[in-house]
Design a protein around this ligand. Structure first.
Ligand code: HEC
Length: 210
C-alpha cells in the first residue's frame, strides 16, 4: 500500500476543542471472598486463539482507524486561502479515542504467535512486489524479534495518538500521525513488500532475501 499525505502543518493558531464532558466513573464493589483466587495463568500456557488472519486484522482493525486518524486534521490550500478540517465535537474526539485504542491493541494482537497471514485463497495483488502469504509467514518465522518489535512500534504509536487525542492536541495528533505512518511502513517494507517501491533497504539490517 502506498500512501500520499497532503497534510501540511500550520504553526501557532491552534485552537483547542471544548473540554471533555463529565465522565462517569463506575464504582467497582468488591465483596469479600473466602476462596483464594486462582493463580494467574502466565507464560506459554496462555490460551490465545489467533483466529483472524494478519490480513483481516489489517483490513478491519488497523487500516480504518489509521485512515480516520490521518484524515482527522487536513489543511487544504484553496484559492480562498487555507481550509482546515479538524476534530471539533466531543463525538469527533471520542471516535478518535476509539480509533487509537483499536490501533494500539492491534499492536498486541499482532504479537500473538501462530496467527495465519491470510486465508488459503488469498494471493498477492501485486506479484513480484507484494510477497505471497507463505513468503510473509517464512519471513516472520525467520525474524520473530523484528516482527514483534514492528508490532510493538504500532502499539507505541497508538499510545502517542491516544495521548494526543485525550489532550485534544491537534499538533500532537499530526506528529503522532507521522509516527504511525513510520510504524506501518517499517513493517510493510520488511515483511510485505521488501523489494517494492518505498522499501527502505532494511535488507541491510539482516533480513534474508526470500
Ligand atoms: C507488524 C507488522 C505490520 C504493521 C505494524 C502494519 N502492517 Fe499492514 N500488513 C502487514 C502484513 C504482513 C501485510 C500483508 C498481509 C497480506 O495481505 O497477506 C499487511 C497488509 C496490510 C494491508 C492490506 C490488507 C489487504 O486487504 O490485503 C493494509 C491496508 C495494511 N496492511 C495497512 C496497515 C496500516 C495502515 C498500518 C499502520 C497503521 C499497518 N498496516 C501496520 C504487516 C503490518
Amino acid at each position: 500500500m502506498l500512501r500520499m499525505f497532503g497534510v501540511s502543518r500550520r504553526g501557532g493558531g491552534r485552537q483547542r476543542g471544548t473540554p471533555l464532558g463529565l465522565l462517569t466513573v463506575p464504582t467497582l464493589l468488591v465483596t469479600a471472598c473466602t476462596t483464594p483466587a486462582p493463580a494467574p495463568t502466565t507464560g506459554p500456557d496462555q490460551d490465545f486463539q489467533p483466529t483472524a488472519t494478519i490480513e483481516e486484522l489489517m483490513r478491519w482493525m488497523v487500516d480504518p482507524p489509521a485512515d480516520a486518524m490521518w484524515d482527522a486534521v487536513v489543511i487544504t490550500s484553496t484559492p480562498d486561502g487555507l481550509e482546515e478540517q479538524r476534530p471539533e465535537t466531543d463525538d469527533d474526539w471520542l471516535a478518535l479515542e476509539r480509533d487509537a485504542v483499536l490501533l494500539l491493541e492491534a499492536g498486541n494482537l499482532l504479537q500473538m504467535e501462530n496467527r495465519p497471514v491470510a486465508d488459503a485463497a488469498s494471493v498477492s495483488e501485486l506479484p513480484g512486489v507484494d510477497l505471497e502469504p507463505e513468503e510473509i509467514a517464512a519471513r516472520i518465522a525467520d525474524n520473530p524479534d523484528a516482527w514483534r518489535r514492528s508490532a510493538r512500534a504500532l502499539h507505541d504509536a497508538g499510545v502517542v495518538m491516544l495521548d494526543a487525542v485525550r489532550a485534544r492536541d491537534v499538533d500532537a495528533l499530526l506528529e503522532g500521525g507521522d509516527r504511525l505512518d513510520v510504524a506501518c511502513e517499517n513493517c510493510h517494507s520488511r515483511f510485505w513488500y521488501p523489494s517494492g517501491p518505498g522499501s527502505r533497504a532494511l535488507e541491510a539490517a539482516g533480513t534474508p532475501s526470500p
